[in-house]
Design a protein around this ligand. Sequence first.
Ligand code: PMP
Length: 428
Amino acid sequence: MKPYRELTKEELVQLKTELEAKYKEAQAKDLHLDMSRGKPSADQLDLSMPMLDVLNSESDLKDSTGLDCRNYGVLDGLKDAKALLAGMTGVSPENVIVYGNASLNIMYDTVARAMLHGIMGHTPWCRLDKVKFLCPVPGYDRHFAITESFGIEMINIPMTVTGPDMDMVEELVQKDPAVKGIWCVPKYSNPQGITYSEETVRRFAALKPAAEDFRIFWDNAYCVHHLYDDKQDEIPEILSECVKAGNPDMVFEFCSTSKISFPGSGISCIATSENNLKDIKKQMTIQTIGHDKINQLRHVRFFKDIDGIKAHMQKHAAILRPKFEAVLDILERELGGLEIGSWVRPNGGYFISFDALEGCAKAIVAKCKEAGVVMTGAGATYPYHNDPKDSNIRIAPSFPTPEDLAAAAELFVLCVKLVSVEKLLETK
Ligand code: PMP
């Protein structure tokens, strides 16, 4: 089929009638499907069930240093848990603080601490007239929600296939002392599945910020989440790159086992320089006596080391890969050549990002909903829920069963076609 915009008005009207008939049929199926959130499916969660058996009332709950994990103690995490999480991101275990069940609250806490107490002796951000964050777009809605909740002004930075537009990042960071941070998902980004190139990572490490308390918020949420054995994206390790570039304190890195073991019941960490660690611990020691060491021990005993994690992630990939491919195949088969949308084939992560014709995303998501398929709200991938082109839609293929997913994807492409035809007719 030729591109839709080459069709005559009559052909578009005819097509619209056909698509509307198909949409009515789809509505009659009374679907109740959800492609909105990046949650592992039940069979992925089953992979981690044996983890619940590694500790029981008979278990020795001392860690490898002899520490009794049943009791208070150890603010920054078990030695072996630090090593496990350090192995995922390639940092040194000494740079790690292990936190609690998941990483998003570390990010919140890190921004909150900067607001209230300031970073390493600098003025608390809440005392400044203006605080700005750079936000590569499309990006992760919950990042944007954190900075929005603190009244931090968010500036869109377009993503490219090699990561954020670094010319723009360099310029804004260098010239404006109100720019205090940037949200980054460097590997298999949410939602595009883009991995930053080596050059992008090195340019990040070499930034020359106007603000001394500027920090890169490096959310390495998908660091081991490959879909393929033979196509595994890798990035340079950011902490050591920053040290080499003379910016040792410029990055806060985050990660967790949320989509490795049990989301919301995993372990998580921040990795950063010694100076930052000292600064963080000063406040942390008031906040808590320590996090859940029994869960840290459970993760250490179950996974053992990074090789254990890699083997486990291959099992996740075996479940996720066919789902991603089913959606991508339907997109290709149904929309290929029509020039009414574009998407990236990711090598990992949890999402497929779809860019519709300008001005169509909200209408497509609404049409899907009216026929029983819930997608992430259009605009959610942009600060303030404002996608200036109303074009980006995030597809999350992990949770539904393969059959449900195929039905949802078929409905999605139908809605894309219908809304695009309506849009094109407006201009004819
Ligand atoms: N960061 C990104 C980029 C994510 O996509 C997600 C989960 N959707 C998270 C963080 C949340 O991680 P956690 O469960 O560790 O809070």
